[in-house]
Design a protein around this ligand. Structure first.
Ligand SMILES: Cc1cc2nc3c(=O)[nH]c(=O)nc-3n(C[C@H](O)[C@H](O)[C@H](O)COP(=O)(O)OP(=O)(O)OC[C@H]3O[C@@H](n4cnc5c(N)ncnc54)[C@H](O)[C@@H]3O)c2cc1C
Length: 289
């Protein structure tokens, strides 16, 4: 299907925000276009005006600021894959990036586009939830930080207002004595939409007890989600197979999966149980050396 729309090309972030302030309701930002253009071609989306934010230099930084890591909303999956900081300090996101789609898509697809598309299968949302991330939403007059688990409202619905851009994502530098990882279960090794995806962050205290645990799940509910009950029951406990077993069962309870062409709801639930146990075991082993 041929699609036609007006195209705005702001040169700076401020230009882009001013355009959104004037007519945000009728302007659709586009970054890599790997969701938006596909949606236009399928007729799911019919934007009147599209605003290109892909080349805004203000959105492309990857940096550590004190005890926080911050990346711009326009950072591509390829840039994450190539970043030593991501590989060293945010392994879960790095692992999601290297498995994301294929090299062509990774060159264009951005983190901001992936989060704003708000798919339950979003491959950056899951590691970022486990890392405890928040997103920066900026309008021409103000900027606010929103915890990522509050950003996702429903399938393809977020807390972003039409005059705002997602300008950055930040999360705490993982503490020493912690580890984080990501696992994507798909029907093939590359270019797959996840059947279930999972990220885990665990920190142990000096007595070897779990002092922080975050478990994030994808493709098992209308939005990417945290398994809060499973996290709570892990805290203050000594890691053990029995504890992982309990956490796996609690994480299953957090899910409300659907059956679709990729898997049944029952299979997705079962995989959450299996993978939560596996990733907890792996992260604790990684910390303990
Ligand atoms: C072949 C193929 C394979 C794919 N594989 C995967 C995969 O493995 N995992 C996965 O998670 N996804 C996958 N996707 C989906 C897509 O590539 C990702 O969601 C990608 O990250 C979207 O980023 P983008 O920059 O292309 O977004 P765009 O298509 O440009 O935009 C997506 C949405 O976000 C909005 N938006 C973009 N940037 C901003 C911003 N800074 N502020 C506010 N709103 C913004 C747009 O208005 C639009 O609504 C795949 C897509 C294709 C076509």
């Amino acid at each position: 299907m041929r699609v036609a729309f007006d195209m705005l090309t702001p040169a700076t972030l401020q230009d882009a925000l001013d355009m959104l302030e004037k007519d945000g309701e009728n302007i659709t930002p586009v970054a890599g276009g790997t969701n938006l253009i596909v949606d236009c071609q399928s007729g799911r989306h019919e934007p009147k005006t599209v605003m290109n934010v892909h080349y805004l230099p203000e959105l492309s930084q990857i940096e550590q600021k004190g005890d926080m890591i911050q990346i711009g909303g326009g950072v591509t999956l390829r840039a994450i894959e190539q970043s030593a900081l991501m590989k060293e300090k945010s392994n879960a996101l790095y692992r999601a990036a290297i498995q994301f789609a294929n090299p062509l898509i990774r060159n264009r697809a951005t983190v901001g586009g992936n989060l704003c598309d708000a798919s339950p299968a979003s491959d950056t949302a899951i590691p970022l939830l486990a890392l405890g991330a928040e997103v920066e939403l900026t309008s021409s007059s103000a900027s606010r930080w929103v915890a990522l688990d509050k950003f996702f409202v429903h399938v393809r619905k977020t807390a972003r207002n039409s005059d705002e851009l997602l300008t950055a994502v930040r999360w705490p530098v993982p503490v020493s004595g912690s580890a984080n990882t990501f696992y994507k279960l798909g029907l093939r090794k590359a270019d797959a939409i996840s059947v279930v995806s999972l990220a885990v962050y665990v920190a142990l205290d000096s007595d070897g007890l779990i002092c922080e645990a975050r478990i994030a799940l994808g493709s098992v509910a209308p939005t990417p989600l945290r398994a809060y009950d499973a996290e709570t029951l892990l805290k203050g406990k000594k890691p053990s197979e029995a504890l992982y077993e309990e956490a796996g069962k609690a994480a299953m309870q957090a899910c409300t999966p659907i059956s679709d062409v990729r898997a049944t709801a029952a299979y997705r639930r079962e995989m959450v149980d299996v993978l939560v146990k596996r990733l907890l075991r792996e992260t604790v082993k990684q910390i303990s050396g």
